[in-house]
Design a protein around this ligand. Sequence first.
Ligand SMILES: NC(=O)c1ccc[n+]([C@@H]2O[C@H](COP(=O)([O-])OP(=O)(O)OC[C@H]3O[C@@H](n4cnc5c(N)ncnc54)[C@H](O)[C@@H]3O)[C@@H](O)[C@H]2O)c1
Length: 306
Amino acid sequence: MRVLITGGAGFIGSNIAFALQDEYPDAKVYILDNFSSGHFKNLIGFKGEVITGDIRDKALWDELRKRLSFDVVYHEAAITDTTVTDQKLMMEVNADSFRYILDSALEWNAKVIYASSAGVYGNTPPPMVEDRGLEPENVYGFSKLMMDHIAQDYMERYPELRIVGFRYFNVYGPRESYKGKTASMIYQLAVKMMHKQRPRIFKWGEQKRDFVYIKDVVKANLLALEKELSGIFNIATGVARSFNEIIDILNRELGTNLETEYFDCPYDFYQEHTQADISRARKELGYEPDFSLEEGIRDYLKYIKA
Ligand SMILES: NC(=O)c1ccc[n+]([C@@H]2O[C@H](COP(=O)([O-])OP(=O)(O)OC[C@H]3O[C@@H](n4cnc5c(N)ncnc54)[C@H](O)[C@@H]3O)[C@@H](O)[C@H]2O)c1
């Protein structure tokens, strides 16, 4: 099996790369990344090859089609900073380049498993179901929705092509630290609190998110590899938890009693409450999350401490 992972130096992509290395030791894994938000340190121990390049570069895809072929393409590369407001840039990187990837997959007859986002739902009422409430609040969410439209068009035009889109909710876990300020709040709060600093969050900490642990996200990606299906799926836990709850769990796990400091939210496109309906992923993919927020944080703290 030959696998290409775009964005493989990033958080989710590198975790997929290591899972493939463990579960499919005979697979030949290539990573394509421009190292804009990824980091080589995420790939220490990776046995495959890295191609340094930009997914927007059409000539690069032409060259890849000539020289290589793949059975599976995991597409994780994207501008992942949801506060970026440059619409042209966001659309070119996240949405337009997706067509090059799908055209290449067509030629290779490769399965495509790509990253969409819960950002497509904006502030529509939870629980978020795949076919409704598609009202992104920012251009990041819009670019992901346009990726889903492109994918759906290819699914219709080429039913033999296998395309799986994953709308990840808030993912946290090992190998996210190089994302800096865009790393999960769980990571940011954990690091602060481990240094005995007071946690700081937007007023009044009751905004809720469906936080999903990276090991469950990897599990979904491996299921998609094994299953013969196409479609778009929410990947989450199905449970919404507040930022105040994260701080309570961290205080408990770290043996601290740090008081929260609240400040005003500066964004007018902030999601207030995300919570996925994961019944489609359960039914069609056989996906079942293994980690509650408590279990995920406990597991993650072992890595952060190390
Ligand atoms: N982490 C989350 O909570 C979350 C939630 C929803 C969706 N997603 C999606 O999952 C995917 C992976 O996100 P992540 O959290 O691992 O982020 P990340 O920033 O760690 O990974 C993105 C990777 O893509 C690379 N990249 C960016 N632009 C590129 C370009 N033009 N050409 C080549 N490589 C490029 C970066 O260098 C990085 O390695 C993204 O598509 C993201 O939108 C993530």
